[in-house]
Design a protein around this ligand. Structure first.
Ligand code: NAD
Ligand code: SER
Length: 322
């Protein structure tokens, strides 16, 4: 699909943003994608135009949209679950005002399409934990989950009340090798590979049998683009879609690594993140995403482990061999 208008990725230096940018460059041309973040791009390579932007600065956001004729925004700037618990007020402020600024912008600049990610964190201790349905009890008990649930309601409100074309996915824990994770409860499943390839023992902050829904990053990026490119009438849910992926425990991911690195050692010392994980689903029912816009995941845990190990190993080779 070719586009003639520009796309803005906010939070582009993060785990998802950096991979989304690469995919969008290849699809639509580097000149059509603008990356923005509150940080300087020190470690992440940005091929195209880069802007320093604070998503909570509404006037600054409007200026960027106007100046660059932005027609699509991926707003990925947020504080994740574990980090959010360290500073709830900050997490609430960033997660909510960033979203509201994007939604207001879409109301102001007609035809602006918004992607905003929600999370499995919208569920809570009273939600069913197995095959968690799209519509069920939701009582999140982290500030992150509360902000995502409130955000979903705002998305639907702006879609219904103002006709804003906002689309959203409740991502499971995302696992990729291209960038460092940023303060989530599911991030052990990224760090574990980095320890394994360096032949270092890994101490997991969750207990060995803690199952959580996860997804390899390439599947998540593909889901995001499929949802954004789906005809509007197929996007029946304007709050956020459940997305299933794969479910595994720390013990299972460690075992999948040991098939490649037999001397890899993993021990389990649960900390405050255990309570967060225990309040979340273990697996997700994504029948609506499948039915409405044809979602189908590709990667299982074994395929993901193989790709993660191969690519992270290269990152630790001396520069000349890399
Ligand atoms: P990340 O922490 O890696 O990236 C977030 C980026 O936002 C960072 O680069 C950060 O510098 C930037 N940022 C922070 N404050 C900002 C501000 N005021 N203005 C502009 N940029 C700012 O997070 P991620 O893993 O890439 O997640 C992106 C989005 O996806 C978040 O909304 C997150 O809640 C959601 N999500 C992620 C996962 C996951 O497993 N990674 C799962 C579910 C949902
Ligand atoms: N992966 C995210 C986290 O652990 C869930 O949204 O915070």
């Amino acid at each position: 699909m070719s586009i003639t208008h520009k796309t803005l990725i906010i939070g582009a230096l993060g785990q998802i943003g950096s991979e989304l940018a690469e995919t969008l460059y290849a699809r639509h041309g580097v000149e059509n994608i603008i990356c923005a973040d509150i940080r300087e791009p020190q470690t992440v390579q940005i091929e195209g135009k880069y802007l320093k932007l604070d998503v909570t600065d509404k006037a600054g956001l409007y200026e960027v949209i106007e100046q660059h004729e932005i027609r699509v925004i991926y707003n990925l700037a947020a504080i994740l679950s574990a980090k959010g618990e360290q500073n709830p007020e900050w997490a609430w402020h960033l997660n909510m005002s960033g979203l509201l600024n994007s939604l207001e912008a879409a109301r102001h600049f007609k035809g602006l399409q918004i992607f905003w990610p929600s999370s499995i964190a919208v569920f809570g201790p009273h939600s069913p934990r197995q095959n968690t349905p799209q519509y069920t009890v939701m009582d999140p008990n982290t500030v992150y989950g509360i902000s995502k649930l409130a955000g979903e309601r705002w998305c639907e409100y702006y879609a219904q009340k103002y006709g804003v074309d906002v689309r959203s996915i409740r991502y499971p824990g995302l696992i990729g090798y291209k960038s460092a994770p940023g303060g989530g409860t599911t991030d052990y499943a990224v760090d574990i590979y980095h320890y394994a390839v360096q032949h270092k023992p890994f101490t997991c902050f969750l207990s060995e049998n803690t199952y959580l829904p996860m997804m390899y990053m390439e599947d998540a990026i593909r889901a995001t683009l499929e949802l954004m490119e789906a005809p509007a009438e197929k996007v029946k849910n304007r709050s956020s879609y459940n997305l299933g992926g794969i479910s595994f425990s720390p013990k299972e991911i460690a075992a999948s690594i040991q098939k490649h690195i037999p001397d890899f050692e993993c021990t389990y010392v649960p900390d405050f993140r255990q309570a967060i994980a225990d309040s979340w689903p273990q697996s997700i029912d994504d029948a609506d995403a499948k039915m409405d816009w044809g979602w189908k995941g590709k990667y299982d845990m074994e395929a993901m482990t193989q790709i993660m190990l191969e690519n992270i190993t290269k990152q630790y080779l001396p520069q000349t061999q890399n």
